[in-house]
Ligand binder design. Structure first.
Ligand SMILES: Nc1ncnc2c1ncn2[C@@H]1O[C@H](COP(=O)(O)OP(=O)(O)OP(=O)(O)O)[C@@H](O)[C@H]1O
Length: 730
């Protein structure tokens, strides 16, 4: 019954089955009825006193456990936005300033590896790359009894591969058989009319959304579609589920209920992380935001404000409820469902007359390998949009008509926003989020730092052809939107973490450089003179001593969460100073390495030049008939070493010695005026002389001389042979 596109990435296959999911972990018996406890709620505080989003400080916050057994309510915070809504960042507390982690994959359901992208001090640097993080699936509801009775045929076909074919024409239009009347749409997943609630949990990608929410991402699942298309059914199940005591095992339970069960399953398995869950539930009714957990008799609207700090909209004074157990979350869902605005019209007996947003905040504290505690603030929004409606069809009038107009208007703005965001040219321009409360509060989910699942709900009935076409088009556009998911972290902790990572990276780089320099050092010791060695050692010593850098601060990591602001600031300063000193040290190491490499290059070049010269000389000698090649004689053994032939003077020629003065005593020459040939000759002489000196060093000791001097023949000086200069050299 579930058609999955071949291109769909691996959707989460882990987690419990829906049979598991449908069961709640605890009995709901003994819990105070939610509605009955409403009277004892605290009134919203207007002091703006700190609602701490993390664990540990809640004792300072006024709370009431009056809502339900085990469910705690936090006083809303005025003006900070920390109480949630779907505004970007979930609030304005400084703890919620986004810190960016990058998701490697580009689809919901596949972003299983997260990589921290170091964002420096404020965490405001945008590091993630544009990725496709809006996952769009389509759910087609079955024909209802009335439609079957009226013999409305189905206008949809399901060829598989995530495709849905819309056939036919709008009612009232002439039936045409041209190709335009058949439209093919492709989505990640298409749920056919027979799909169960369990299928939606397993294959829509919601499990991945929940996992990412736990990881600290801001996630949203919303249902979109015409009135009566099955949005509320998909998210919460049929309305009678919430009448009286709900049966947790009821297979009709919707996605929200099942997601809560899955969420608690995951959290229970993560023993290393401390989680705190909070939830809020609101509706946008006729452009007014109402707190569904505290609607009050007058259903006083709450203000939607812009938070400079978080760079998003938030709902002021919205109640946020602590949810320690699954039952608490379920109680929030039940109470909200009871309080939301529902009406009746020709197309739906239980039509939602408002858009609802249920937000679960997931605050986590986890100790990292480095000992630092990492706080993240993920959240999951479940958005049930009111359905678009043709008032002619729904026959709305009076109050219902006003509601319909407001619903349609806000959906139209949402449509504009989606259209602009999906258009590459328009997405950088003005997006009209401010034109409706709905788009203000969904801005983050649509284009901000979130991951979004859009479930487009459609009716297969022929008479809804136009609305179905509209919804499918919207869904296709939404698929083209790109968001940049980021993890929400406490900026101070993020900064410390990032500095620690920097230090670690620099230290590794430093060690690597030192190791590389040591190798060079050893190589250089073999060839370089004592002065050069000393210089190198001196440089290495300077580097090793750290150049007088800041000592590594010793922090009791257990105590880190207890440190106050000034201490943390001091710690950050020390880390930054250490980073700086390591950086300088690294720079210095780089310079030393460069110098050594340059020296080495010069030596190599010189060697090459000398070798070439030697070759030239050898060639010259080869041309001379007077000089045969002779093997080199080892200076230690005095024996010939085969294969090491060098050109030396021939055996002495017995020519009568004549009074011959050295050349420089025979003539003087203006070196500048010297001809090329003359210069060449002098060069050859000089080279020959040098070779001669070298050769003499390897000659056999003069045995005759040793005899004369009465010393060991090995120690006797070698025979001088400069009196046997070949002609060409004199
Ligand atoms: N997949 C489904 N299986 C069985 N019944 C369904 C399904 N989807 C919707 N229905 C039924 O269709 C009716 C209308 O559904 P629902 O109220 O969820 O529509 P809606 O899109 O939320 O409408 P509105 O926008 O008016 O609130 C309900 O009676 C619901 O139980």
């Amino acid at each position: 019954m579930v058609r999955r596109a071949s291109s769909v990435p691996h959707l989460n296959s882990s987690g419990g089955s829906s049979a598991d999911s449908a069961g709640t972990s605890g009995s709901r018996r003994g819990r105070a009825p939610v509605a009955g406890s409403r009277g004892s709620r605290k009134t919203p505080s207007s002091t703006g006193q700190g609602q701490r989003q993390g664990s540990g400080s809640s004792s300072s916050v006024p709370r009431s456990r009056s809502l339900t057994n085990g469910m705690r309510r936090l006083s809303p915070q005025k003006g900070t936005g920390s109480s949630g809504g779907t505004g970007s960042g979930g609030g304005g507390s400084s703890r919620n300033t986004p810190y960016f982690l990058r998701s490697r994959e580009n689809e919901i359901g596949s972003a299983d590896t997260l990589e921290i992208v170091a964002s420096k001090s404020t965490g405001s640097e945008e590091c993630s790359t544009p990725e496709d993080n809006i996952n769009v699936v389509v759910r087609v509801r079955p024909l209802n009894d009335k439609e079957k009775r009226d013999r409305h045929g189905s206008t949809l076909q399901f060829p598989g591969n995530g495709q849905v074919i819309l056939e036919g024409h709008d009612v009232g239009q002439k039936k045409s058989h041209n190709r335009d009347s058949v439209r093919v749409f492709t989505y990640n997943v298409v749920f056919e009319p027979g799909a169960t609630q369990e299928d939606i949990l397993d294959y829509s990608g919601i499990k991945r959304i929940i996992e990412m929410g736990i990881e600290g991402f801001s996630c949203t699942a919303f249902c979109y579609g015409q009135t009566g298309s099955g949005k509320t059914h998909t998210l919460t199940g049929p309305p009678d589920l919430f009448v009286g005591k709900p049966n947790p095992k009821d297979p009709r339970h919707g996605l929200i209920f099942r997601s809560f069960v899955y969420l608690f399953q995951l959290i229970k398995n993560r023993k290393d992380v401390n989680y705190v869950l909070k939830a809020s539930f609101m509706e946008i009714y006729n452009e007014r935001v109402i707190d569904l957990l505290n609607p009050g008799s007058a259903r006083k609207p709450l203000a939607v404000r812009w938070s400079k700090k978080s760079g998003g909209f938030f709902v002021e004074n919205l109640f946020t409820v602590d949810c320690e157990e699954l039952d608490d979350l379920l109680a929030v869902l039940e109470e909200g469902m009871r309080n939301r605005a529902v009406g009746s019209h020709a197309m739906n007996d239980h039509s939602s007359r408002s858009h609802t947003i249920l937000t679960v905040h997931i605050l986590s504290d986890q100790q990292t390998d480095g000992g630092v505690f990492l706080s993240k603030h993920g959240k999951i929004n479940f958005v049930d949009l009111a359905g678009s409606e043709l008032t002619k069809k729904t026959m709305s009038e009076g109050k219902t008509l006003e509601e319909a107009n407001n619903i349609n208007k806000s959906l139209m703005v949402l449509g504009y926003c989606i259209a602009s965001l999906s258009d590459n040219k328009k997405r950088t321009g003005h997006i009209p989020y401010r034109d409706s409360q709905l788009t203000k509060l969904l801005a983050d989910s649509l284009a901000g730092n979130g991951v979004t699942l859009m479930i487009a709900c459609v009716s297969p009935a022929h008479y809804n052809h136009a609305e179905t076409l509209n919804t499918l088009r919207y869904a296709s556009r939404a698929k083209r939107i790109r968001t940049k998911p980021v993890i929400m972290m406490d900026p101070r902790e993020a900064l410390i973490l990032s500095l620690k990572r920097d230090i670690h990276a620099l230290q590794m780089e430093n060690d690597h450089l030192k190791a590389a320099l040591n190798l060079h050092h050893q190589a250089a010791t073999n060839g370089a003179g004592p002065t050069e060695n000393n210089l190198l050692e001196l440089q290495l010593d300077r580097v090793s001593s750290g150049g007088g850098g800041v000592p590594v601060p010793k922090v009791d990591l257990e105590r880190l969460p207890e440190l106050d602001g000034s201490e943390l600031a001091e710690l950050v300063k020390l880390y930054m100073a250490e980073n700086e000193s390591l950086r300088q040290e690294n720079n210095h190491l780089f310079t030393v390495r460069e110098t050594i490499l340059r020296d080495q290059e010069i030596v190599c070049r010189e060697n090459e030049r000398l070798l070439k010269k030697l070759e030239d000389v050898n060639k010259v000698c080869v041309r001379s008939p007077l000089i045969p090649a002779r093997p080199a004689i080892s200076p230690t053994t005095g024996k010939e070493t085969p294969g090491t032939e060098i050109w030396t003077n021939p055996e002495p020629l017995r020519t009568p010695p004549g009074p011959q003065l050295p050349l420089d005593q025979r003539m003087s020459e203006n070196a500048e005026k010297r001809t090329h040939t003359a210069q060449k000759r002098i060069d050859q002489q000089r080279i020959a002389k040098n070779i001669l000196i070298m050769a003499n060093a390897f000659r056999k000791p003069d045995a005759d001389l040793a005899k004369e001097l009465n010393i060991n023949p090995e120690k006797a000086p070698a025979k001088q042979s400069n009196d046997f200069m070949p002609d060409m050299l004199t």
